[in-house]
Design a protein around this ligand. Structure first.
Ligand code: GLY
Length: 393
């Protein structure tokens, strides 16, 4: 009789506790959130094993092949950065060890002076690594890298030069806002006001010259390097010069939100709010809030999406909500993250070249990386999940 009673009590306990046992560490996490984190663990665990000895980091998966890139590629810091975030999201040391390992793959970027992408490459990898571990060796790499990036600042133009290729004189792309976080981070770390002032100057010039009256932005502004005057405004990766390339709008939203966090300058907050208003009220932002690759692409709704634009926007909106207290920002970000955690966007175990998310677009006009996974879509997804959890605490 006692045995039967014990059995019944155990059965009741099992039935009651079973739903929670699905997520032993965080029983109260929403199902979609736990699914997203678990799937990320599965995919990146396999990727760690597969790419361990490559000395390169995964960028995308096209035509059945994973494309690995060295420290020379602008996307090379995102995979180690994703591992740092996954370590924070799970507490699993395996991801910390892997993050340390893959971070070293981009170390040589610290002395490069021929690219503006050092923020993407070094701040996402070494920057997150230093934030989490305080390892002084990481700090040295960050300082070297930020000094290399400063070599690209021209005080007459007031901006960092983006590209050394092409026929432009002094091209500055909206993406460059993202590299300013690196300068602010190292500027504060080393009390270097020149670095912080360069980031502020670049933001001010971008605010003045990159935006249209509706707060959408051009992709590229070319400056005269002697007079500092604007020569020309255009797109490179968007549909047309006057269109709104989706990822560019997300870089802008993230960039000005971040610069408000870093400086407290209220004009950056207002800029971010106006960009957010343009995006969230856009008639061609789909119901699930995952943008098409360009808001003005001619065949919407029959155009590829850009999940990377969605994850960057979601991450930025959560941060912006913490400053503006506008619940629409958080609710939209939550909707994006929830939708990305559905089977439409989230990769199945072992598929998608071991990336987490499907359906990003790298460079549509160049017919490159269309409707594929991208390492930066995954990186900002994990960052946004981490911000979502922190915001809800
Ligand atoms: N920074 C390059 C891109 O967003 O495609």
């Amino acid at each position: 009789m006692i045995k039967v009673k014990r059995f019944l009590i155990s059965l009741l306990l099992f039935i009651f506790l079973f739903p929670f046992s699905l997520s032993p560490k965080n029983p109260m996490r929403e199902k979609w959130l736990q699914k997203a984190i678990t799937r990320s663990e599965v995919q990146l665990s396999a990727a760690i094993k597969q790419f361990n000895d490559s000395n390169k980091n995964p960028r995308t998966y096209e035509n059945g092949k994973v494309i690995l890139v060295s420290y020379k590629d602008w996307t090379s810091g995102f995979f180690p950065g994703s591992l740092w975030y996954l370590f924070e999201l799970t507490g699993d040391k395996k991801f910390e060890n892997a993050a340390k390992h893959f971070t070293t793959f981009v170390s040589n970027a610290q002395f490069r002076t021929n690219t503006h992408d050092l923020g993407f490459i070094l701040n996402c990898s070494y920057g997150n690594g230093f934030r989490i571990t305080q390892n002084p060796e990481y700090k040295t790499v960050l300082i070297n890298g930020a000094n290399s990036l400063m070599r690209r600042f021209n005080s007459k133009v007031g901006c960092i030069k983006s590209w050394d290729f092409g026929n432009w004189q002094y091209p500055v792309i909206i993406d460059n806002m993202m590299n300013l976080e690196f300068l602010m981070n190292v500027g504060k770390m080393t009390n270097n006001s020149l670095m912080m002032n360069a980031a502020i100057s670049h933001s001010n010039k971008t605010m003045k010259n990159h935006f249209r009256s509706d707060f959408s932005c051009f992709h590229l502004v070319d400056y005269d390097s002697i007079s500092g005057n604007v020569l020309h405004k255009q797109t490179v990766q968007g549909f047309s010069d006057n269109s709104s390339w989706a990822r560019g709008q997300s870089w802008a939203l993230y960039g000005f939100t971040m610069m408000y966090r870093e400086t407290g300058k209220v004009e950056y907050l207002h800029q971010a709010e106006k960009i957010a208003s343009f995006l969230l009220n856009h008639p061609r932002l789909p119901k699930d809030k995952i943008p098409y690759w360009d808001y003005d692409a001619p065949n919407i709704p029959n155009e590829p999406r850009d999940v990377s634009a969605a994850t960057i926007m979601a991450s930025a909106l959560i941060e912006l909500c913490s400053f503006s207290n506008n619940s629409e920002y958080f609710n939209t970000a939550a909707l994006i993250l929830k939708n990305l955690s559905s089977d439409k966007y989230l990769a199945k175990k072992g598929e998608n070249g071991l990336f987490i998310l499907k359906h990003s677009t790298g460079n549509y006009p160049a017919k490159s990386e269309v409707d594929v996974p991208l390492s930066y879509a995954d990186y900002y997804f994990l960052e946004a999940l981490q911000r979502y959890i922190e915001y809800k605490k």
